[in-house]
Ligand binder design. Structure first.
Ligand code: NAD
Length: 296
């Protein structure tokens, strides 16, 4: 069992770290928000006073932070890489710009530290259940070292290519997810406005050609799925501002490759409008509120 430093214990990081504790790994955890570590220390993890303290003597360092600026800020500006033992493996799980992932991986390589980008898919439900999909960029040898740890948090592990490739694949997936959630919301709102019961319509779509991840596991209409964020006031889950960040990453990737993403850009504008209306911290399935009539 490895000695693991886990940094960033938000909606995703906390349940992922908990699965590693349950698997018998020795965890030292750190988050800027002290309350975030409580569930982990209750389960037997050690709390560190800083990221630098957390990585002392670590064999594996895992980070799960919001965005590129947090990852570059931690590893480069705060020089966490300078404090990580060169024998350690770094598994960076946040969804960030591919260029940021490559920049940090290059800096790790200069110090002789193995690093992979390993963004995840599967949502908070997948993080709790230990069924996440890991989408990895980096060297195959580093991924092989990471596998025993990743397998305790996820069910599917894909090697997308060299450093940064995991992020490219993740961004493509999330652009599609943003479009599907907005489209699913629009279809449900249309049905309800025309007199249908949202649960009946959702059951029909889930067994018809319009089915998708939102209709199967993450329905945006309140009350249709008991465990979905929609039934809990859109609390927890995957924030609107995080989806907006990912759609912005897709737009940047499209610009740099001269690719066309008309639906991705439309989705980015919808989530931007929704965030500007004060919903940035709600789960992204609350996008349904943009098209839902007040009385429904
Ligand atoms: P979150 O905002 O809930 O958690 C992020 C945590 O990082 C917070 O607790 C914050 O305090 C901490 N943090 C920020 N900077 C830090 C630093 N320098 N040192 C230590 N801690 C720091 O976000 P989340 O929903 O857990 O998402 C994390 C990442 O995973 C994001 O990149 C997101 O896009 C991606 N993601 C999220 C989901 C989801 O369903 N929530 C699914 C897949 C991928």
């Amino acid at each position: 069992m490895s000695s693991i430093a886990f940094i960033g214990l938000g909606n995703m990081g906390a349940p992922m770290a908990l699965n590693l504790v349950k698997a018998g790994h020795s965890l030292t955890v750190f988050d800027l928000v002290p309350a975030a570590v409580k569930g982990l220390t209750d389960a037997g993890a050690k709390a560190a006073a800083s990221a630098a303290e957390a990585v002392k003597g670590a064999e594996v360092v895992i980070s799960m932070l919001p965005a590129s600026k947090h990852v570059e800020g931690l590893y480069l500006d705060e020089d966490l890489l300078g404090k990580i033992p060169s024998s350690a493996l770094v598994i960076e799980c946040s969804t960030i710009a591919p260029d940021s992932a490559r920049k940090v991986a290059r800096a790790a390589d200069v110090r002789g530290i193995a690093m992979i980008d390993a963004p995840v898919s599967g949502g908070t439900g997948g993080a709790v259940a230990g069924t996440l999909t890991f989408i990895v960029g980096g060297q195959a040898a580093a991924l092989d070292r990471a596998r025993p740890v990743l397998e305790k948090m996820g069910k599917n592990i894909f090697h997308a290519g060299p450093a940064g490739a995991g992020q490219v694949a993740k961004i493509c997936n999330n652009m599609l997810l943003g479009i599907l959630m907005a489209g699913t919301s629009e279809a449900l709102a249309l049905g309800v406005a025309n007199g249908l019961d949202p649960k009946v319509l959702s059951d029909i779509i889930a067994k018809s050609s319009g089915r998708n991840w939102a209709t199967e596991l993450y329905n945006p209409w309140p009350g249709v799925m008991e465990h979905a964020p929609a039934s809990k006031g859109y609390a927890g889950g995957f924030g609107v501002d995080l989806m907006l960040k990912d759609l912005g990453l897709a737009a940047e990737a499209a610009l740099s490759a001269r690719a066309s993403i008309p639906l991705g850009e439309l989705a980015r504008n919808l989530y931007s409008l929704h965030s500007a209306g004060g919903s940035g911290r709600l789960d992204f399935s609350s996008i349904v509120n943009l098209v839902k009539r007040e009385q429904d």
